[in-house]
Design a protein around this ligand. Structure first.
Ligand code: DP6
Length: 326
């Protein structure tokens, strides 16, 4: 059976950075994100008798490298859960700048989980999809839901999955600043492994993250942007501090990253609620309120090309689509 799905990416406000089980992708700490509407992936999966291996076509190109192998290993997990041993034709299109810190693996594995689960006739309940997506990429577990989402770290495969926290139906916005769209040199997977193994700050990061999570949830319920922003910004800085203290140390920031952070601080000095977060890349995302978007864009346009600035709203969870992905 043929099935297709669309999933949106998510931006973590309380970050996931470190695994306690690399095989099962169980995280060291729980995390919390906002699913956004501006970047998404559509994927279709069609098991076919004639195939001798999975065929992966991403953005019009036939993949044969490590990313195809990663997708095929993921499909083996799907086949283990299903009665079918068939290989599949997988067509996927990213409406996301790939590997630029915009978390394309999150939307990618969330869409693939939903499409593959339906195509292979396995459990399509949201918790099952979240657990499955997690095995592809940890952050993908959160893209199953829209709005604010928490990935509960759990203690084993069955207990580590995301849950919806709040539908984010208020005028919160996220401005993405693309500082550099190149593929990053050090993947999140490698970067977090090194941080866990070598940073003396790592235990502090985990402990502080749990506290951040306890504080951000009530702030989300109260739609208290300033509080959400402050917690998210501090959490992101702490994650980057752990990278800076790894051995060997590493840094995803570029000049433009610092410029963007400084603009957020400057805008706040003018009384505008605007807070940054940064993932494993140079790009910066600003959390703000709808009413301030115009003013913030005007300021950022003095430093960045306008096509590098994308305004996103809270986005929906994974959804099935009727037409095949081209
Ligand atoms: C900085 O989910 O890409 O974006 O599980 O190894 O595939 P793997 O890592 P991935 O890491 C995301 C890291 C982050 C923070 C976050 O999204 O929580």
């Amino acid at each position: 059976m043929h099935a297709a799905a669309r999933a949106y990416t998510n931006i973590a406000l309380i970050k996931y950075w470190g695994k306690k089980d690399e095989q099962l992708i169980l995280p060291m700490n729980s995390s919390l994100s906002l699913t956004i509407d501006a970047f998404y992936t559509e994927t279709s999966v069609e098991p076919q008798k004639e195939l001798h291996e999975d065929e992966v076509i991403m953005d019009g190109t036939n993949l044969s490298d490590a990313s195809a192998a990663k997708i095929s290993r993921f499909m083996d997990l799907v086949r283990e859960k299903s009665a079918s041993r068939l290989f599949a034709r997988i067509v996927t299109r990213n409406h996301v700048p790939v590997a630029s810190g915009f978390a394309s693996s999150a939307s990618g594995f969330a869409a693939l989980s939903a499409a593959a689960s339906r195509a292979y006739g396995i459990d399509c309940a949201k918790t099952a999809l979240s657990r499955l997506a997690r095995r592809g990429s940890g952050s993908a577990s959160r893209s199953i839901y829209g709005g604010f989402v928490k990935w509960m770290k759990g203690s084993d495969d069955a207990s580590s999955y995301a849950v919806p926290v709040d539908s984010a139906e208020w005028p919160i916005r996220l401005i993405s600043i693309a500082v550099n769209r190149q593929i990053k040199k050090l993947s999140s997977r490698e970067g977090m492994k090194r941080t866990v193994e070598t940073s003396p700050f790592y235990p502090v990061w985990v402990e502080a993250g749990e506290k951040d999570l306890d504080r951000i949830e009530p702030a989300i319920r109260r739609q208290y942007l300033e509080e959400i922003g402050k917690i998210a910004e501090a959490n992101a800085l702490r994650m980057h501090a752990a990278m800076l203290t790894a051995d060997p140390p590493f840094m995803y920031w570029e000049e433009g990253t610092i410029t963007a952070m400084k603009r957020a601080i400057h805008l706040r000095e003018q009384g505008i609620a605007c807070y940054f977060t940064i993932d494993a890349g140079p790009n910066v995302k600003l959390l703000c309120s709808e009413k301030d978007v115009g003013h913030i864009l005007e300021d950022l346009a003095k430093f960045f090309p306008t096509d590098a600035l994308i305004v996103a709203r809270p986005g929906p969870g994974v959804e099935y689509i009727d037409r095949p992905v081209q």
